[in-house]
Design a protein around this ligand. Structure first.
Ligand code: TMP
Length: 214
């Protein structure tokens, strides 16, 4: 049975490329820290590890890889950080995370490769820590593309992003918070902050850990 101990909260940002996740996750960590919460920003893929460097090279189209193999590598990049993540949370550090397993599943399944459907894509993620809160930054692909323009990395095309968005709709669970990401930076931040404060308070009071996809 999971014990009810004070711990940090795992707060996840998800959404299509260019929806504002990096801006909002950075701003949320700053806000939490300035109100005395011990918080850190993490992101996936973590490009600093040797697996992360292989992923980085693939995303920048410097190397090619089988679609199944790169999917497993993205998942392995989360597994290799799992113990460190759990240790941080146990120390009372709140982790604000920019992308995680939901991106992993939504992106690979969006490629439409026979056999690599949502269920197949989920399986290597099962058993990883489940976030305490998901902030899904909801934005039409056209609005996201208009922001900075796609094109720098492998998955930044409107067609793929539309399929990714449709997959996020299938993956959404009722405990997620859907944030209208078309608002101003401050409006979006205020919505995210309220959810984060609630998640931090619940974890300080003692909350069990949950696993994907229980
Ligand atoms: P980033 O732009 O947030 O660094 O993410 C890099 C790209 O990798 C982005 O297009 C989403 C994609 N991605 C996956 O395909 N699988 C994953 O597991 C993750 C975390 C990201």
């Amino acid at each position: 049975m999971a014990s009810l101990v004070a711990r940090g909260a795992f707060i996840l940002f998800e959404g299509v490329d260019r929806c504002g996740k990096t801006t909002q996750s950075t701003k949320l960590v700053e806000a939490l820290k300035s109100s005395g919460v011990n918080a850190e920003l993490w992101r996936y893929p973590d490009r600093t590890t040797s697996m992360g460097q292989m992923i980085n090279s693939y995303l920048q189209s410097k190397t090619e890889m089988d679609d199944g193999a790169i999917h497993l590598l993205f998942a392995a990049n989360r597994w290799e950080k799992r113990a460190a993540m759990e240790a941080k949370l146990a120390e009372g550090v709140t982790l604000v995370v920019d992308r995680y397993s939901y991106s992993g599943v939504a992106f690979t399944a969006a490629k439409g490769i026979p056999g690599l459907d949502l269920e197949w894509c989920k399986s290597p993620e099962v058993g990883l820590l489940r976030p305490d809160a998901v902030l899904y930054l909801n934005m039409p692909v056209e609005a996201a593309a208009a922001r900075g323009g796609f094109g720098e990395e492998r998955y930044e095309t409107s067609d793929l992003q539309k399929a990714v968005r449709a997959n996020f709709d299938k993956l959404r669970e009722d405990w997620w918070t859907i944030v209208d990401a078309t608002g101003t930076v401050d409006e979006v931040h205020a919505a995210c902050r309220a959810v984060a404060d609630d998640a931090v308070a619940k974890c300080v009071a003692g909350a069990p850990y949950a696993r994907l996809w229980d």
